[in-house]
Design a protein around this ligand. Structure first.
Ligand code: IDP
Ligand code: MG
Length: 140
């Protein structure tokens, strides 16, 4: 198994409900170390850039709007198979379909307000981490 890094975002619906600590506790309990973290508010062009692979999707406008609706916490998680492990902790995109015990099942409000983002491949992880963090910000 390989030690990997993945980008996680705690979305506005979760920061609004003060769930950052509970979500971070799940990462740490699962062996994912938070090696960089910053709270910020996305501006619309930044959200559009981050989610540009979804630009043609019908929900793109709402997705970008919801990501700008309040603060987010962007973070780098590090650990064995971090990309897949984080996706397992997150659960399915739609909280209604997510397995019991996953973050989205327990905290997600809807498919738009599903509490967390996580990179889905090593290539995307590298790119997404680079969008928010410089190497010097990441302390393993
Ligand atoms: P993921 O976050 O599980 O990787 P993606 O397909 O990459 O899911 O979609 C990005 C985000 O867009 C999702 O987390 C969700 O908030 C939103 N989204 C995905 N599909 C839909 C949809 O059909 N309607 C509304 N929002 C959606
Ligand atoms: Mg995705």
């Amino acid at each position: 198994m390989a030690v990997e890094r993945t980008l996680s975002i705690i979305k506005p619906d979760a920061t609004r409900r003060s769930l950052t600590g509970q979500i971070n506790a799940r990462f740490e309990a699962a062996g994912l170390r938070i090696v960089a973290q910053r709270r910020l508010r996305l501006m619309r062009p930044q959200a559009e850039r981050f989610y540009r692979v979804h630009a043609e999707r019908s929900f793109f406008g709402e997705l970008c709007e919801s990501m700008c609706a309040g603060p987010v916490v962007v973070q780098v998680l590090e650990g064995e198979n971090a990309i897949k492990r984080n996706r397992e902790l997150m659960g399915a995109t739609n909280p209604a379909n997510a397995a019991p015990g996953t973050i989205r099942k327990d905290f997600g409000e809807s498919i738009e307000a599903n509490s967390v983002h996580g990179s889905d491949s090593s290539e995307n992880a590298r790119e997404e981490i680079g969008y928010f963090f410089a190497e010097i910000d990441i302390v393993g």
